[in-house]
Design a protein around this ligand. Structure first.
Ligand code: GLY
Length: 568
């Protein structure tokens, strides 16, 4: 019991304070990001972007670089980079073909709708967020192999070689990483019952290697994706699961498949926006919000002006109200996609909007929606020299996922089961409230907010972008697109600009602290909006690549993290 209380205390401490290790970037004016002529990778770590870029330079394409970058993030950025999680890919090939790959985690075969409820039907705190019952069947290895098999050009062994070397030889801990690891240290010990590789003895500048992960990656390189789902790695993983009391079996791993999906695609002015479809809510919500704001002249209102923020916030409220009620895994629930994204429906939704005062939240919808989610996902964007572009968002959900670290394999396991609605109407760890559409069932995928997005302008590739940030992902992607398209910021300025967020419930406009004009905040408050600048120091960590008019690429790497653009 004492152990449980310690866990509860530590987890509360961590989920409220661990985000304080990042700082809002200085405003950037008239500044372009890195410019390259041919190709670029923008990711959460310099080493991962470099390895991805090297793969592109040796003749690989975006899908080869995806495999290298994703695995290099698992080595250098275990906070979110992973083998034990899942993600989504949106792509646009050089010939204009677009598509999406879903490698989201799935619920185990033995999962049940009420698995996180006690005998009184109440949600058992922490069961879906910490430890073995929180883990969904990982999809990452299936995802990167599926994408590379269909579109890649290089041998897997060639792609993974530099990543394995990186894991063996080590990389340097950054200041942000040192602080993050230190703030999770007690929690790691409590959950794993011992000190793990990532512990508070690590200081910025230290070199850290991960020999176990190097061995795991070597086996995957030698034997392919089935090594993770059916081979020695699978056996070691299931043995670990059994020791930890998990319900995940060899059959669960063996049955896992990534799925090709039709992405969501829609027009905004002369832009074609292509983004992730369910089981992510990202594309549909982005579609809804952008369609609702399109009739308003944001350019005339001005960047982050009172009127612009009002229009965006009111459209966001309405989209997020629909999200929790209607969206879930399309293999399990009927989603009224056409209606939700139709002009008629969305015009109707904005009919009661007025600049005079906020639309009361209870007059918008009976659908229920979440509080707020974690910032602990990661996004990378890649453009290759063949003209292919990809946007990939990947996660283990919370920072370091379930906090379970498999020593023998060298990686953390996700706590993605918490993205299901454990009990309709009851918030999960991050305040999420869901409905029947996102209830738990065996082999079902939990609803996500990840929004990897690619834009075309007048039919040509224009931008690839995305971000971590849970439910704030959608609005961070939205603002970055509008910053470039409506307000003519450079890619780097668009990424660095201060961000705000509204998601219907809670009834507040969340703003990055000390980033917005005081008069603006006062004006919003006077109109009746509840501005909250203390929720967390940052909103999202956006990474993007913009095609400039002369055909060169501009990287936007978000300095809210250690994110870096590398290319040639
Ligand atoms: N785990 C966060 C998301 O998928 O939205």
């Amino acid at each position: 019991m004492k152990h449980l209380f310690t866990l509860l205390f530590l987890s509360t401490l961590c989920f409220t304070s661990c985000k304080e290790n990042v700082t809002t970037p200085e405003p950037v004016a008239n500044k372009r990001g890195i410019i390259t002529q041919n190709a670029m990778v923008v990711s959460a770590r310099k080493e991962a972007s470099q390895i991805g870029s090297d793969i592109l330079k040796m003749g690989g394409n975006a899908f080869d670089a995806m495999m290298a970058t994703e695995m290099a993030l698992a080595v250098t950025y275990p906070y979110a980079g992973n083998l034990g999680g899942g993600g989504f890919l949106v792509y646009r090939l050089a010939d204009g073909t677009k598509g999406a790959l879903d490698y989201r985690e799935k619920a185990p075969l033995a999962a049940t709708k009420n698995m996180y409820l006690d005998e009184d039907g109440e949600v058992i705190k922490n069961k879906s967020t910490i430890g073995s019952m929180a883990v969904g069947i990982p999809g990452t290895i299936a995802g990167i192999f599926e994408a590379q098999k269909r579109f890649g050009k290089l041998e897997v062994a060639t792609i993974l070689k530099p990543v394995i070397e990186l894991a063996k030889n080590g990389y340097h801990i950054t200041e942000k990483q040192e602080k993050r690891i230190a703030s999770y240290d007690s929690l790691f010990k409590a959950v794993n019952g011992k000190t793990i590789l990532y512990n508070n003895s690590l200081k910025a500048g230290d070199k850290i290697s991960n020999k176990e992960l190097a061995s795991t990656l070597q086996r995957i390189s030698d034997y392919g994706r089935d090594e993770f789902y059916k081979g020695e790695t699978a056996k070691k993983l299931v043995k670990y699961f059994q020791a930890k009391g998990s319900i995940i079996t060899m059959e669960d791993l063996a049955k896992y498949e990534a799925k090709w999906r039709d992405p969501v695609s829609f027009q905004y002015d002369n832009l074609t926006v292509t983004s992730m479809s369910p089981p992510s809510s990202g594309g549909i919500c982005l579609n809804q919000i952008m369609t609702m704001i399109e009739p308003f002249n944001l350019k005339e209102y001005g960047h982050n002006s009172l009127k612009t923020i009002q229009v965006m916030v009111e459209a966001e409220k309405r989209a997020y109200a629909d999200r929790g009620y209607y969206l879930g895994d399309p293999d399990f629930v009927e989603i009224p996609l056409e209606t939700l994204t139709s002009d008629v429906y969305l015009q109707e939704r904005m009919q009661n909007f007025s600049f005079k005062s906020p639309t009361p939240i209870d007059s918008i919808s009976h659908g229920k929606i979440e509080g707020y989610e974690s910032d602990e996902t990661t996004h990378y964007s890649i453009v290759d020299s063949f003209g292919n572009a990809i946007a990939v968002t990947t996660t283990i959900n919370g920072g370091y996922g379930s906090l379970l670290y498999v020593d023998e394999l060298g990686f953390f396991l996700n706590n993605e089961m918490d993205d299901f609605s454990s009990k309709p109407g009851t918030p999960n760890y991050y305040g999420l409230i869901g409905a029947e559409a996102n209830s738990i069932a065996p082999e079902k995928r939990m609803l996500s907010s990840m929004t990897p997005t690619i834009l075309e302008k007048d039919g040509e590739f224009y931008m690839t972008l995305g971000t971590p940030g849970g439910s704030t992902i959608i609005t961070s992607v939205l603002q970055t697109i509008l910053n470039v398209h409506e307000f003519e910021l450079t890619m780097q300025e668009a990424v660095s600009a201060p961000r705000f967020h509204n998601q219907w419930l809670p009834d507040e406009i969340r703003m990055e602290p000390n980033s917005f004009d005081r008069k603006l905040v006062d004006d919003l408050t006077a109109l009746g909006y509840h501005v909250n600048e203390s929720r967390s120091p940052i909103i999202g960590i956006v990474n993007g690549i913009l095609m400039l008019e002369d055909g060169t690429l501009e990287g936007g790497a978000d300095h809210r993290g250690d994110d870096t653009a590398v290319g040639f």
